[in-house]
Design a protein around this ligand. Sequence first.
Ligand code: SAM
Ligand code: SF4
Length: 330
Amino acid sequence: MIDPFGRDISYLRVSVTDRCDFRCTYCMSEDMAFLPKKDVLSLEELERLCNVFVKLGVKKLRLTGGEPLVRKNIMSLIRSLGHHLDTGDLEELTLTTNGTQLHRYAMELFDCGVRRVNVSIDTLDPKKFTEITRWGKLENVLRGIEAAANSGLKIKLNTVALRGTNEDELPNMVKWAGERGFDITIIEVMPMGDIGTENRVSQYLPLSMVRSNLSEHFTLRDIDYKTGGPARYVEVEETGTKIGLITPLTHNFCESCNRVRLTCTGTLYMCLGQEDAADLKIPLRNSEGDEALTRAIHEAISRKPKGHDFIIDRRQKNSSVPRHMSVTGG
Ligand code: SAM
Ligand code: SF4
């Protein structure tokens, strides 16, 4: 699948549920309304959609959410998708998770062919952790990370930089990750979805400031490591691990974008920061063969935009993209 700007679309991210066992302050409002269950595709429908994408050239699949591991029977989908790894049609099957269920599923994930997981963790302070997630317990996530590492899964941490919240702690988190051999990606807050009384302007911490703070603690070296994703990477000389920096607001990462995003209702977003989308649920449900679905996917890829228009405007308190990150999974 080649888009109008010559980018080869080989990476599909699938939000398998919009539900979550946390309500992180930058991601959701406290009283989030979730989709009625009837609007959500079944696991069999999600599998059929993924199979078509793999047939069309997707080599990397990432399940995300909401929290992917809270969806009932999610392991059955992961196991089925894992068969594409055996045939070589798929190169990587992976997951972004908040880690709460990892202690239950880590071994099974490895058995299904998953080799790497991204675990989101914004602080190592139990009290702050509960504040950021609104009710999460840090110890559960740490237990999940340990189980994942013991099962042989490679771990990358995702940490959102939050002004005045985890700002001072980031050097310690880089150290903690480095000591365990984990890479860490630090993410700027993106203006997505209504988050209730929280204010994004006050949460926003530019990564230029984070980087200059980190370079007071570590020797950072720019490296030319690329994943086709939005992160730029630096290597930490002291630990040999990498820090990814995702700066959607201060740096445009779109020219090498190789990905599209599918929601749990079968909507395909061609760009995280744009509203244009294609409904794949109708061709999925209206025909048994894959021709209509294939046509709809090709048509959607032909509309993939050149880039996003994220802005955090001080006059506009909230989001420049109305949907929440949990709809498309980041
Ligand atoms: N629940 C899983 C988790 O937290 O890893 C997967 C879904 S979550 C939406 C995916 C990633 O998006 C997480 O790393 C989270 O920190 C990040 N995220 C959520 N809302 C964000 C926002 N407004 N700006 C930047 N990152 C955000
Ligand atoms: Fe849930 Fe992940 Fe959003 Fe936090 S960031 S509320 S864990 S979906």
